[in-house]
Write a protein that binds this ligand. Structure first.
Ligand code: ATP
Ligand code: MG
Length: 344
């Protein structure tokens, strides 16, 4: 994989690194958007100072503590890698101590998994941050994709880390005008066609083969049985939400249409008075969009709104990935569209 784009993000990372004082950066964005690749590229190609990058996973607090301890040992002079800290306060105290007289970059990737396994970490970090921030030169980067959790941890006044973040780096999809960096052989028309199908998520662009026409890619990469793309929307929702079946049912009921809450309640059998809660979550996650009609007087009149799938939830529109693939009608739909490519 050749790293592309993201110059602005690299610049922000470098600017923060140049500062002398302690920095706490949060890096977030949806899955497959390129957070890990960005941080690794920056560390490997642009950073000359000391760093550690550690990735949490779903496990127990003890297992994660052992793994993180080994990573900390690699930046501790004269320490053997088989060291293991007794507890999380001891480990983080050591990190702040190591950064007392040198700039030390500490990246914790998949931070939400760490908090899931060790819920005390945010208040521990808050205490240590408040204690050491004026003396320490640590550059702590917390990275994660669980939009809800990341947003809540850092933007909610009730949460311990509220107000501590010195920079939030949000990764969005690659802009249409930059897509040619990923698909250099494509004409502008093919770029537009591709963008209309998979958007600007780097992982999806990497899977696209610009030696072949757009339709061949759609056929082979999306519609041929159980492909990466046909599983993707479901996986994203299962990863992010506790009750994926309810949300998937709402998205499936929505299909390609703009729907009012009452219509969705009728189609899914979910009580109308619960529908608002589910729709708000899907809106927060940017999985759907809310459309307000001209005659709605107040933005709070949510039942008057209509909702539609936001294309960014899924690499391809939900009706294609959930319905058409299941019903096996996608190939026919593709053939029909091939005759009218401007409608793609
Ligand atoms: N800037 C880039 N240039 C080229 N390819 C990229 C870039 N960013 C991401 N990719 C591609 O997208 C894939 C996913 O990127 P990455 O693993 O960094 O995403 P992520 O945001 O960390 O996802 P997750 O939340 O699932 O961990 C990479 O394996 C790579 O193929
Ligand atoms: Mg990642």
């Amino acid at each position: 994989m050749e790293f592309r784009n993201r110059d602005r993000h690299l610049q922000i990372l470098n600017q923060h690194y140049e500062r002398r004082q302690a920095s706490l950066m949060v890096v977030y964005g949806r899955r497959r958007i390129g957070k890990t690749v960005l941080l690794r590229h920056w560390i490997e190609n642009q950073l000359s100072g000391q760093h550690l990058l550690w990735t949490a996973h779903r496990s127990t607090s003890d297992v994660l503590l052992a793994g993180f301890s080994e990573a900390v040992a690699t930046v501790t002079p004269g320490v053997h890698t088989q060291v293991r800290f007794a507890n999380w306060p001891a480990l983080f105290e050591q990190l702040f101590k190591l950064a007392a007289d040198r700039r030390l970059v500490v990246v914790i990737d998949e931070f939400p998994y760490l908090v899931e396994c060790a819920p005390e970490i945010p208040s521990l970090l808050q205490k240590l941050w408040d204690k050491h921030k004026d003396k320490s030169r640590i550059f702590l980067i917390l990275c994660g994709s669980h939009f809800h959790m990341m947003h809540e941890q850092f933007a909610s006044q009730q949460k311990p880390l509220y107000g501590r973040v010195t920079e939030s780096l949000v990764l969005d999809e690659i802009a249409p005008e930059d897509l040619s960096l990923f698909l250099p052989r494509y004409s502008p028309e093919q770029i537009v066609e591709t963008y209309s199908v998979i958007g600007g998520v780097p992982a999806y662009l990497e899977l696209w083969d610009d030696r072949h026409p757009v339709f061949k890619n759609i056929d082979e990469r999306i519609l041929s049985g159980r492909t990466f793309f046909s599983q993707e929307a479901t996986l994203l929702i299962q990863d992010e939400l506790a009750e994926p079946r309810t949300y998937l049912a709402i998205l499936e009921a929505m299909g390609a249409n703009r729907c009012a809450p009452a219509e969705l309640a009728r189609k899914t059998g979910i009580a109308i008075n619960h529908m608002g809660k589910y729709l708000r979550t899907l809106l927060d996650l940017r999985f759907i969009r809310r459309i307000l009609s001209e005659d709605v007087k107040h933005r709070t009149q949510t039942r008057m709104s209509r909702y539609e799938n936001s294309r960014s939830v899924s690499p391809i529109p939900f009706p294609v990935c959930l319905s058409a693939c299941r019903l096996g009608g996608a190939k026919e739909a593709l053939a029909a569209r091939r005759d009218r490519p401007h409608k793609l």
